[in-house]
Design a protein around this ligand. Structure first.
Ligand code: ATP
Length: 366
């Protein structure tokens, strides 16, 4: 057994096809002890299929899945879920309505063959962990959505799983509860030293909970990175677009000049690549600045509480998306400056280009 195969989760060459649709394509991924992996991607990219294969709810066509070094699925075998020693949390809580909360939690412990006193000790421990101590006798339908999801979490951890799997665990809750529960789940995972994988299509949820985010596209992992790296340096224009990481513009590189929407931008240093490029201007790299070199006017501003989501219409074409703490009314002429380090660019074949803007980037038309 290699160091990799002994990890809490190690997946090699996982493939699953439904008729003509390839849901997973030779997918490799590992999760180290104590880390949380988010599977993020657009609808139909294969997130749920991957989670279901890990859980044992679906058998892959090829490849293998190892949990703590034990092969749970490969060409010859597919262990059923109850033999994988996993905890699962579902989007719709999936509590058994005819059982009390205590009975819901007792079920996985029964399956493990634990005696009555150990069961009640563990149930009390798990309910206290999620702030619901003393509620064991209540019925699930007497609880709020947030409380029900806490019970589902307690049920998932009560059996001390080797791996915690969660399928869109926060998507049924309202925004403030989502943020609060995301923090609570992360704290609980850290306190118990759990390793977890969860599915989401909400990037805020991925950033809040995960150590690493796997962005999935067409059954493959297109990028695997820590939340900050992913957002600041998406690996391709497609991922930048999916994350809505800023303004993506088509341009042309010509010697030391980048032509963008009718404006000439000087780049530094000179880059050997010539021809069409796609350039990402991240929101956080742009600011309203009376001394800024980029000229435009406010075309949209939406108050978001902590900040304004703003669009600036540039002279000669494109709009820039920005996030600023204060913003003048629509149609006000403004100037914009940008942090040259924040720029990302790709050539037409999708390979990243390391270009930096000069400190005074835009040659403003007179
Ligand atoms: N049981 C099934 N039968 C046929 N096709 C399926 C089945 N399950 C998934 N698929 C197909 O496999 C692909 C991946 O589906 P999957 O549910 O894994 O995507 P997803 O990323 O979880 O999407 P969503 O966010 O909408 O749940 C899709 O093309 C889907 O239509």
């Amino acid at each position: 057994m290699t160091a990799d195969t002994a990890l809490p989760l190690h997946i090699r060459g996982l493939t699953k096809t439904f008729g003509d649709a390839a849901a997973l394509v030779e997918l490799d991924v590992s999760v180290p002890q104590g880390q949380v992996l988010a599977l993020l991607g657009a609808s139909g990219c294969g997130k749920t299929t991957l989670l279901r294969c890990i859980a044992g709810l679906m058998a892959p066509d090829a490849g293998e899945i190892l949990i703590q070094g034990q092969v749970v699925a490969d060409r010859n075998r597919c262990l059923p879920p109850e033999r994988r020693k996993l905890g699962m949390v579902f989007q719709d809580y999936a509590l058994w309505p005819h059982m009390t909360i205590g009975e819901n939690l007792a079920f996985p412990l029964h399956m493990q063959g634990l005696g009555r006193s150990e069961r009640s000790r563990r149930i009390q421990w798990a309910l206290e962990l999620v702030g619901l101590g003393g509620m064991a006798g209540r019925s699930p339908d007497t609880l709020s959505g947030g409380q029900q999801q806490r019970v589902a979490l307690a049920r998932a951890v009560v059996g001390q799983p080797r791996l915690l799997l969660m399928d869109e665990p926060l998507s049924n809750l309202d925004k403030s509860l989502r943020e609060q529960l995301a923090l609570e789940i992360r704290t609980l995972i850290d306190e118990l030293g759990l390793t977890a994988v969860f599915v989401t299509h909400d990037q805020q949820e991925a950033y809040a909970l995960a150590d690493r985010v796997a962005v999935m596209q067409k059954g493959r992992i297109a990028q695997l990175a820590a939340p900050e790296s992913l957002y600041n340096a998406p690996a391709s224009p497609d991922i930048a677009r999916f994350l809505d990481a800023g303004t993506l513009l088509e341009g042309q590189l010509l010697h030391q000049t980048l032509l963008l929407g009718g404006q000439a931008v000087e780049i530094c240093p000179q880059y050997a690549h010539q021809g069409p490029v796609q350039v990402l201007f991240p929101r956080r790299g742009l600011s309203l600045d009376a001394e800024g070199p980029i000229k435009g006017s406010i075309s949209q501003r939406v108050f978001q509480g902590e900040y304004y989501a703003v669009r600036v219409q540039l002279e000669n074409g494109p709009q820039l998306k920005m996030q600023v703490s204060d913003c003048p009314p629509v149609n006000t002429p403004v100037r914009v400056s940008m942090n040259a380090e924040a720029l990302c660019a790709w050539s037409s074949d999708g390979s990243p280009i390391d270009i930096k803007l000069k400190p005074q980037p835009f040659a403003i038309p007179a």
